[in-house]
Design a protein around this ligand. Structure first.
Ligand code: ATP
Ligand code: FE
Length: 338
């Protein structure tokens, strides 16, 4: 079964072809344009998707070494995301499904992040049900309980900023270009995580909060720069390591709590921030420390990509769960909504 996946929820245009759950191609076109503005500009994102979508899909089909007539279905991201961006992928998917006369499958982007673990790939292991997934991305920070492919329950989530935002905004304060998350990760590896201390938020239950941390970092840096204008340059590695240490502590405090409350010890991570080297390392270490079974996605399945959309499409295809032509893009969509 050949499935074409199309992802256009934010600022990456991506298309992938999978055959029986195995990847044949996974093409991602990043949009450089947003770097200049220090964040994603929705209007520019839609335009870039419009330009990229045809070549990206053609490349995906070509790299897969198939003909578009071989495709059995088209899966596309219907939400959540930026409306203008989602509309480009949705309209294109609908037209192509009409032209090829094959079924259309609407996919929830957040389910895509979680279910990327089920892409057939020798470098990753599939978690057994039920498992918990710490979904950490540019727009989400959640602990999700997954009972089966399409039964997902949010046990806790951020009440303000997402962890990806915390990374990117901290990076911006340090004068690093957008998206700064991967750079903070890179410099952090060279620094002392105990060099500076940032306050952790107090939030009830399994919920998270990251906006206080961002403000704390901003005030700290402002104060230090007044004392020494070269403070950031001289301490960049230590600052990044200390920020990362605090973020990792916040995440794992809640994850430990979730394991205690649910008794579930199969723990996965997903989303763009799950590319983070320290988070991956600390999660791995819980196998020995706490006896957890951990599931770390292949690097290329962490940030937005169409392979994760295609795998959800494949799982839905097996259940004959198709969408009709009235299905529409939805900017807001919970992970629990199919
Ligand atoms: P959502 O999936 O919630 O709609 P999104 O699709 O925009 O949001 P993703 O593409 O999943 O988000 O993730 C992007 C985020 O991941 C950015 O905030 C980026 O900085 C962050 N990120 C990527 N790599 C790393 C890393 N190594 N360390 C920390 N953050 C990272
Ligand atoms: Fe995403």
């Amino acid at each position: 079964i050949y499935i074409l996946g199309i992802e256009s929820s934010c600022d990456d245009t991506s298309a992938a072809v999978i055959c029986n759950g195995k990847i044949l191609s996974n093409v991602v076109a990043n949009q450089e344009i947003h770097t200049k503005y220090g964040g994603v500009v929705p209007e520019l994102a839609s335009r870039a998707h419009q330009q990229n979508i045809v070549p990206v899909i053609q490349q995906a089909i070509q790299q897969a070494n198939i003909d578009k007539k071989d495709l059995n279905a088209i899966a596309f991201t219907r939400g959540p995301g930026l409306m203008g961006s989602l509309l480009v992928g949705t309209s294109f998917a609908k037209s192509l499904s009409l032209a090829l006369d094959i079924p259309l499958i609407a996919v929830n982007h957040m389910q895509g992040h979680v279910l990327a673990h089920f892409i057939e790939d020798e470098t990753q292991q599939k978690p057994p049900f039920p498992f918990l997934c710490l979904t950490i991305s540019g727009g989400h920070t959640q602990i999700v309980k997954i009972t089966n492919y399409f039964t997902m329950e949010v046990l806790g989530e951020t009440i303000d900023d997402a962890v990806g935002e915390a990374y990117d905004k901290s990076a911006k304060i340090l004068g690093l270009p957008y998206p700064g998350g991967p750079l903070v990760d890179k410099y952090a590896q060279l620094g002392n995580p105990k060099a500076f201390k940032f306050t952790k938020p107090k939030v009830d239950g399994l919920n998270f909060s990251f906006s206080g941390l961002k403000t704390g970092i901003l005030y700290f840096i402002q104060k230090k720069v007044i004392e020494n204008p070269n403070f950031i340059e001289e301490n960049l590695n230590d600052i990044c390591a200390s920020i990362q240490y605090t973020i990792v502590e916040i995440l794992f405090d809640k994850l430990k709590k979730a394991v205690k409350e649910t008794g579930i010890k199969h723990i996965a991570i997903a989303g763009g921030v799950s590319a983070n080297s320290e988070i991956r390392k600390v999660l791995k270490s819980t196998e020995e420390r706490f006896g957890w079974n951990t599931y770390i996605p292949k690097f290329e399945f962490t940030t937005d990509n169409a392979a994760m959309i295609a795998i959800v499409g494949y799982l839905k295809y097996l259940e004959n769960d198709f969408s009709d032509e009235n299905t529409s893009a939805t900017a807001r969509l919970k992970v629990s909504e199919n």
